[in-house]
Design a protein around this ligand. Structure first.
Ligand code: NAP
Length: 338
């Protein structure tokens, strides 16, 4: 079966996902798209064979030719489109964040539970990255003993000088680590503190960059996350788990280390598309395969909700300068593991 996909929002990641659905993965065809910029939507459709351009996301979801929906518009629009897809009974892959507030995420969770069918997958693609999976393998098989600490760094060369706020360092960037550590240790985040180091002079005047998050997991594992948004040299993602008698760290990802003239050098990825290119491929193929078989897979709406709860907690910790406990939320049986 070919899964006929409708895409809402054809900006950077929307176009990248259309490229992989069309040229890299199997079992999917992009048959309908929309964007608030109709000219952009038309130019993307012109590069595809028989793809309808709709005026709104609601029209994409209603289109009978669309089996499943990919939401890649900007965050504040996600709730509306995910809720509409659930109402239409269509599987929906939503790029992170699931929605921009925990209340909105909860409405999505409630709607999905009421529908009686798992329809929502959230785009937390780091779970599909081979390097992170290898680190998790070492944690799960006991090779390093019980995990005690994790050091993470999330370094971006730059962010837009206008419109990207300090809080977005948490909601847009740290949200990846927030989901990742829940997955890595299979437990929830219990409390958060946010530290503000000396400012990077490359950052916009009103931005506190870098930030350091201290996340306390339920079992006491302590995670520190450095978030540097304007570090210029490249997109550098680091992670190291410290266990009772060993460590497991993400390896460098460049294809080759070149040694010459008494030096050695490798490549630092330019951006997230380069660093996580395979993870995105595997993630979306997993979704297509699940849709084709009538099943579900991947990070759930409940994961999206808990990420939003932890992200809101970090924002409160940033604003107050205090350690803030994450409110606990009881998982509906609908999202039971396994
Ligand atoms: P982007 O380049 O700004 O693309 C968003 C697109 O959606 C733009 O074309 C935008 O149009 C359009 N749009 C906005 N509202 C819409 C609506 N109501 N209906 C249809 N289209 C609409 O942003 P992006 O970088 O692709 O990010 C999109 C989403 O993906 C965000 O939620 C982001 O957090 C997420 N993302 C995830 C990852 C990841 O690693 N998983 C990486 C990048 C982005 P205008 O530009 O005209 O507003």
């Amino acid at each position: 079966m070919t899964v006929r996909v409708g895409v809402i929002g054809v900006g950077m990641i929307g176009q990248d996902h259309i490229r992989r659905l069309t040229h890299v993965l199997s079992g999917a065809q992009v048959v309908a798209i929309t964007d608030v910029d109709p000219a952009r939507a038309q130019s993307v459709a012109d590069g595809l064979s028989s793809c309808t351009v709709h005026s709104t996301g609601q029209d994409v979801i209603r289109d009978d030719a669309v089996d499943a929906v990919l939401v890649t518009s900007w965050g504040p629009t996600h709730e509306e489109f995910v809720l509409a897809a659930i109402e239409a009974g269509k599987p929906v892959f939503c790029e992170k964040p699931l929605a921009t507030t925990q209340e909105a995420c909860r409405r999505i969770v409630d709607a999905e539970v009421a529908s009686g069918r798992r329809l929502v997958m959230v785009g937390f693609m780091r779970r599909y990255d081979a390097a992170y999976q290898a680190v998790k393998g070492a944690v799960d098989d006991g090779s390093i003993g019980a995990p005690l600490l994790m050091h993470c760094a999330h370094r971006n060369p730059s962010v837009p000088p206008y419109g990207f706020t300090t809080e977005m360092i948490i909601t847009d960037s740290a949200i990846h680590e927030i989901d990742l550590v829940r997955w890595m240790f299979d437990e929830d985040i219990a409390a958060a503190t946010v530290l503000k180091p000396r400012r990077n002079s490359n950052a916009a005047d009103d931005m506190q960059d870098p930030l350091v998050l201290l996340l306390e997991m339920a079992s006491g594992i302590l995670v520190d996350v450095e978030l540097s948004m304007n570090i210029r040299f490249g997109y550098d993602i680091r992670g190291e788990v410290v266990g009772e008698f060993g460590t497991a760290a993400l390896a460098e990802t460049g294809a080759a280390v070149v040694k010459n003239d008494g030096r050695y050098a490798g490549r630092v990825p330019a951006d997230w598309r380069e660093r996580f290119i395979r993870a995105y491929d595997i993630e979306l193929q997993d979704w297509i395969d699940a849709v084709a078989s009538g099943g579900f897979t991947g990070p759930s709406a409940w994961d999206g909700h808990l990420a939003a709860v932890a992200s809101d907690t970090c924002i409160e910790a940033l604003r107050t300068g205090q350690r803030v406990e994450v409110a606990s939320h009881e998982r509906p049986d609908f999202y039971a593991k396994g």
